[in-house]
Write a protein that binds this ligand. Structure first.
Ligand code: CP
Length: 308
């Protein structure tokens, strides 16, 4: 039985929750291939997309997912709101709560903000990325994509490369894959892999050529310059030399290894543009799976909350 009002962190989900989401996502993926791609599952429900940070993939896929489920959708973007006139975030939420939304999908630049939101709304809250903390639906779509391609999530070797320190995607994927007994390696400049990662059961590398050996999945991450107050490596050129996935490096990866990226991609920084034609189709397929996974998450949040 589904027993979660909110989806805030992969850390808080059990394996059975993840499996329930994937079972539904498979059905919704099939629905998206039909001529009529909609279901009335959330008719009469209201979904608010509350984005205080920019987004392409997460915001659009949540919007489309809610529409495919026939919910009423309200898209809130901070840059076009009265926040620019000095209204506080709390007052913004209180105003939106006056419309009695059923689900709020929230992206915020600072970590652990979802708990604050819960104090001011009765809606189910879905975390669409909070600072460097967690991005649970990104990890769910990543894991769904891996399971689809590999037929299992059990006992895989997963490598996450790049700006681990600032990455909510890294944290959520680590907690998610570990629930299926997969082993995780992280690789990046030592300044971008804080000590906490040495304590959560992952292998830490600062040599990408060694880290690549025998892995089943590689998740490349973007350097999040917007979250860095100071530079964590001497130069971008040095970073690219040591940590960029290049045609030469990719030859060292295991045959059949999946190469993924949550987006947005900075070509020629984390991945060489010489690999674009080869790697981009699967990365776009990965992003496309976000629609079915987010439909599943909205469906569970919108239809099961009466049981709680
Ligand atoms: N992967 C991801 O969260 O992308 P957006 O910032 O475009 O939503």
């Amino acid at each position: 039985m589904w027993d979660k009002k909110h989806i805030i962190a992969i850390k808080e989900l059990e394996r059975r929750h993840i499996e329930a989401i994937f079972n539904l996502a498979r059905n919704f993926k099939e629905l998206s291939q039909r001529e009529i791609k909609k279901t009335p599952a959330l008719r009469g429900k209201t979904v608010v997309n509350l984005f205080f940070e920019n987004s392409t993939r997460t915001r659009t896929s949540f919007e489309l997912a809610a529409k495919r489920l026939s919910a009423d959708v309200l898209n809130f973007s901070a840059s076009m709101s009265s926040l620019s006139k000095g209204e506080s975030i709390v007052d913004t939420i209180k105003n939106l709560e006056s419309y009695h939304p059923d689900i709020i999908v929230a992206r915020v630049g600072f970590s652990a903000s979802m708990r604050t939101f819960m104090r001011y709304t009765d809606a189910s809250i879905i975390n669409a990325g909070d600072g460097a903390n967690e991005h649970p639906t990104q990890a769910l779509l990543d894991m769904f994509t891996v399971e689809e391609a590999k037929g299992t999530l059990e006992s895989l070797k997963v490598l996450i490369v790049g700006d681990i320190r600032h990455s909510r995607v890294a944290r959520s994927n680590i907690f998610g894959f570990q629930k299926f007994s997969s082993s995780i390696r992280v690789c990046g400049p030592t300044t971008l892999v804080p000590y906490e990662f040495h304590k959560i059961g992952v292998e830490v590398f600062d040599d990408l050529d060694k880290a690549l050996d025998d892995v089943d999945v590689i998740i490349m991450l973007r350097i999040q310059r917007e979250r860095q107050e100071s530079s964590f490596f001497p130069s971008l050129r040095e970073y690219v030399e040591r940590f960029s996935l290049t045609p030469g490096r990719i030859k060292k990866a295991k045959k059949g290894c999946l190469i993924m990226h949550p987006g947005p991609i900075n070509w020629d920084i984390e991945i060489s543009s010489a690999l674009k034609e080869r790697l981009h189709p699967f990365i776009l397929h990965q992003a496309g799976n976000g629609l079915a996974v987010r439909m599943a998450v909205l469906y569970l949040a919108g239809t099961r909350r009466k049981e709680l």
